[in-house]
Design a protein around this ligand. Sequence first.
Ligand SMILES: Cc1ncc(COP(=O)(O)O)c(C=O)c1O
Length: 392
Amino acid sequence: MLCNLEQQPADALLALIKLYGDDTRPDKIDLGVGVYRTGQGGTPVFGAIKAAEQRLVDIQDSKAYLGPEGDMGFVHALMPYIFGSDDPAMGGRIEGMQAPGGTGAVRLAVALAKKAGVPRVWMGVPSWPNHAQIYADLGMELKTFAHASKSGTTDMGALRGAIAEAAEGDAILLHGCCHNPTGIDYSNAEWDEIAGLIADAKLLPILDLAYQGLGHGMEEDAYGVRRVLAAVPEALIAYSCDKNFGMYRDRVGAIYVMAQDAAVLTRVLSNGHALARAAWSMPPDHGGAAVRLVLEDEGLTALWLDELDTMRTRMSQVRARLAAAGQQGGVDFTPLGSQNGLFSMLPLSVEQIQQLRSEHGIYMAGSGRINAAGLTMGNIDKFIADVAAVSA
Ligand SMILES: Cc1ncc(COP(=O)(O)O)c(C=O)c1O
């Protein structure tokens, strides 16, 4: 039977990591893989996480099973950051469960929507490629609209058109902040409008928040999620701690459900637990426990927020430097200055991207997405000059 399986293409980004690793040029630049990098090019463990992990070794006295919901202390500790400190559970209408990374959370959110009878999901494109893969794997129909316009702003016309065309009961997936791959986020005024449009059209929002704190700050980056939740009766929120706590391989995430009342909430979560049990049984504990220890300790929380500040400052320095380069060859770097998070798209052809790799040792996704955190004050001028050379 196994012979019936067809060969699947390797994940393009993972293949790029391998190519980069095999390249012996000392001045090669990796803008492909989506992790934060310091000015020295490393992706170190956060100091706050190291301290929490050390504490965990000392105090953890059992690794016995938890349950499909994971570490609920972790799940609850995040809630004031996501939903606001006044009433993070919205009067008993929001509850969550731990998931294996943001990917597990997105998958569970889509699986729940599907099980609830949602026929299709609307999403702005381009998007994180795994979104479409998850819909396809779960047999969920995808309807797309343009996320951004050619001029580098959000395409509100396309979003309005999509919402007008969507049927009551459809889902719409939106990136909470730091849009991957474009870096182009909705403004607060746009979120105000979107929240009303989604509520009027009676759509189920699936809000993917994978980069909170990497845009303008933890509070600022939650604006869109909070605004939508204030306008609608129910929503699903997929959360990742893998970027803002630097946990990547430890797979730390959570899914939150906002339901119309506590009784529905309990029912939805029981389905979430059942789906998780059949998929991964329970999430890996270590990373979530470390994040919980950070959030339970004022000193470690302050250290973590400080480390997040440092990341954000570095990203805005890189972006400011790119924007200052203005038009270089066929690429205008100016818009990158006002984009958010790790990613931006460069208007380069497949041939130009290939040429950057073969002739200049610059590795980026085939879509033209760059991880701006791969740039340092030591390589940014070379990068700009090389882009200018291939796109002139
Ligand atoms: C938009 C978006 N959602 C979710 C995720 C999933 O993150 P995780 O690594 O926690 O699975 C990512 C990761 O790149 C992402 O970019």
